[in-house]
Design a protein around this ligand. Sequence first.
Ligand code: IDP
Ligand code: MG
Length: 140
Amino acid sequence: MAIERTFSIIKPDATRRNLTGKINAIFEENGLRIVAQKRIWMSRAHAKEFYKVHAARPFYNDLVDFMVSGPVVVQVLEGENAVARNRELMGATNPANAADGTIRKLFAESIEANSVHGSDSPENAAIEIAYFFAGNEIVG
Ligand code: IDP
Ligand code: MG
């Protein structure tokens, strides 16, 4: 299986509760390497652009408010089948539906404040990585 990269965000609900290390440990214990990482406070314009695919959804404005409510940790994760592997580790969007042991089952507060973002395809991973990181910030 090919080595792949995916884009991840540790969301404001998780940074607020000081969970960055616990979430990173789950990635590292499950074969994903953190090959880029920085803690940032997203601007509203940046958050709106990042989630523009959801602009027509009723939760869009609340989601943008939430994503700028505190710092986030943006990351590039690398490993075999990293996009799908990370989605497995994250669990379902709604923590009520997330499998035991997943990050969202363990840590999410709600369907909105669900602790992590992960790219949903290799194509989107490439777009999202380029949106937050320069090439020389990613060191495998
Ligand atoms: P995903 O993060 O599991 O890929 P998406 O459908 O892409 O889920 O939604 C993006 C984000 O929007 C979710 O992670 C969550 O924070 C928020 N969200 C999704 N659905 C709802 C909802 O029904 N109510 C409130 N927020 C939602
Ligand atoms: Mg998504």
